[in-house]
Write a protein that binds this ligand. Structure first.
Ligand SMILES: NC(=O)C1=CN([C@@H]2O[C@H](COP(=O)(O)OP(=O)(O)OC[C@H]3O[C@@H](n4cnc5c(N)ncnc54)[C@H](O)[C@@H]3O)[C@@H](O)[C@H]2O)C=CC1
Ligand SMILES: [Mg+2]
Ligand SMILES: [Mg+2]
Ligand SMILES: [Mg+2]
Ligand SMILES: [Zn+2]
Length: 457
């Protein structure tokens, strides 16, 4: 403890050693940030902060000191290193951290791996995709002309909706998809700029009973169409309140969870047809197969027709999105792009590159965008993001360095935010100084998960 007659420097070292001995990780971090030479400073009998934290079993302080570059090989006046001390006092986990040649083992900062019940907007599977029926032309034809089937319509990839709040048990919807019948879209389906795809059938709690309409299996099939010729006038009679949802975001985020899931599937596949209308291998004309899940080149000797080629199937672009946790466990890294609304910060994100594992993409994108180095990575949940075909792979990650240097081409600013600052955003207490994306974005859910996990701290 500090005592009368100490120099200010000795007094600061004494306060620092005391904080480490007591496990006051936030104070240790703050003091190191102010004066980095403290990490290896020693007090009575040559004991350093690392030794005191190891003696008292404070793994979080040990990690913070390691990540700030302390020298773990130092010994006290009795010749004991921090590792010897941790072993002597039975703190095996800390001894493990100190023995680890990479210095930092921060897995304990990641919450347990339970992600059960975690569902993101756009990920609800309201329909059974029935992929085995995509090659059954007769079944598809019968469903297409069945009066029970549902058709949703897009004009240049914007869905036809009606407004009108609908409150379900899980979500409040401001817009609803217009559910059309074959009779209203039959003529449109034959126009050159229109694509029709099969989405699946409504999931049923109990096996369906055959319908009297001669529709043998009683399953309600869903289809989607995208067209480039405005059908508003033709639909005026059957859907006087319908309109195409444009601009698409953020209003698309106001559908019910069920309908958002349907739109995620439909819009991605339709966007693929819209953008890949010619054969990517030979540039020839193609035709739509398998209920819209395949395009086949019409040129019989095209290479894309020998064997299986991913160019013939709808694309999905994997993106990593991660909440990076500070080595002290009490702060997270958020960034903002220039295009974000004023004051909004979000998780860093980036496209996975060819030949790259998820964990490596997380480490690369975080370092590229913020200069921060990342150690352990944990997958949490994923989210289809149909703008047009991203799959957001949501992860938590632990930083092993803390200095920020942003890539100004992509990120305007990145900052460490304390848990309290983030809690203030959720609770709207203490006039939060920033905002985060809405609950429909996986970024929001990752941040919320981190706060929830640490709610007891
Ligand atoms: N749902 C959510 O919470 C969030 C979703 N996102 C989505 O994640 C996506 C990726 O994030 P970014 O930071 O923009 O990625 P990024 O950090 O990799 O940078 C984007 C750049 O990557 C290049 N790129 C590489 N592969 C690409 C591909 N397949 N498609 C388009 N560009 C590609 C382009 O040059 C592009 O400008 C965005 O499109 C955004 O819509 C981003 C943040 C939050
Ligand atoms: Mg990015
Ligand atoms: Mg990037
Ligand atoms: Mg990138
Ligand atoms: Zn071809």
């Amino acid at each position: 403890m500090a005592s009368v007659g100490m120099s200010p420097k000795d007094e600061m070292v004494a306060r620092f050693l005391d904080a480490a001995a007591r496990g006051e990780v936030a104070k240790v971090s703050a003091m190191v940030a102010q004066s980095s030479s403290l990490v290896d400073a020693s007090g009575e009998n040559g004991w350093t902060a690392l030794m005191l934290a190891a003696r008292n079993g404070h793994a979080d302080v040990v990690n913070t000191l390691l990540s700030n570059g302390c020298d773990k090989s130092l010994a006290n006046q009795s010749g004991q290193t921090s590792y010897d001390i941790a072993r002597f006092w039975g703190h095996k986990h800390i001894a493990g951290l100190l023995a680890n040649s990479k210095g930092v083992d921060s897995h304990h900062l990641l919450p347990g791996s339970s992600t059960e019940g975690h569902e993101n907007y756009f990920s609800r599977e309201f329909l059974d995709r029935m992929s085995e029926k995509r090659t059954d032309g007769q079944w598809l034809q019968a469903k297409q002309s069945s009066p029970a089937s549902v058709f949703i319509l897009f004009l240049n990839l914007n869905p036809l909706v009606t407004s009108g709040a609908e409150e379900t048990s899980e979500s409040k919807a401001d817009f609803r998809l217009c559910r059309l019948r074959w009779g209203s879209v039959e003529e449109l389906a034959t126009r050159p700029g229109t694509t029709l795809i099969f989405l699946g059938v409504e999931k049923q709690a109990t096996p369906p009973s055959p319908s009297p309409a001669g529709d043998e299996d009683g399953l309600t099939a869903w289809f989607a169409l995208n067209t480039d010729s405005d059908p508003t006038e033709d639909l005026r009679l059957s859907n006087p309140n319908g309109f195409f949802l444009k601009p698409f975001v953020p209003r698309l985020l106001q559908l019910s969870s069920d309908e958002a899931g349907v739109v995620a599937q439909a819009r991605s596949v339709l966007a693929w047809h819209d953008r890949y209308s010619f054969c990517p291998t030979c540039g020839g004309r193609t035709k739509v197969d398998e209920g819209g899940y395949k395009r086949t080149c019409l040129k019989e000797d095209c290479r894309s027709r020998q064997g299986i080629h991913n160019t013939c199937y709808p694309r999905v672009d994997p993106v990593v999105i991660m909440l990076v946790i500070h080595p002290d466990g009490n702060q997270c890294l958020l960034g903002r792009k220039k295009a974000f609304p004023a004051g909004m910060f979000s998780c860093l994100a980036g496209f996975i590159e060819p030949g790259e594992a998820v964990e490596d993409a997380v480490r690369r994108e975080v370092e590229e965008e913020s200069g921060v180095k990342v150690g352990p990575v944990q997958y949490l949940s994923s989210q289809p993001w149909p703008m047009p075909s991203s799959l957001m792979i949501g992860c938590l990650a632990v930083a092993v360095s803390t200095h920020i240097k942003v890539d100004e081409n992509e990120i305007e600013e990145a900052r460490w935010f304390t848990r309290q600052q983030v809690i203030d955003v959720f609770t709207k207490n203490n006039q939060p100084t920033f905002t985060i994306p809405p609950r429909q974005a996986i970024a929001h859910q990752l941040i919320k998960h981190w706060i929830g996990v640490h709610a007891n701290l």
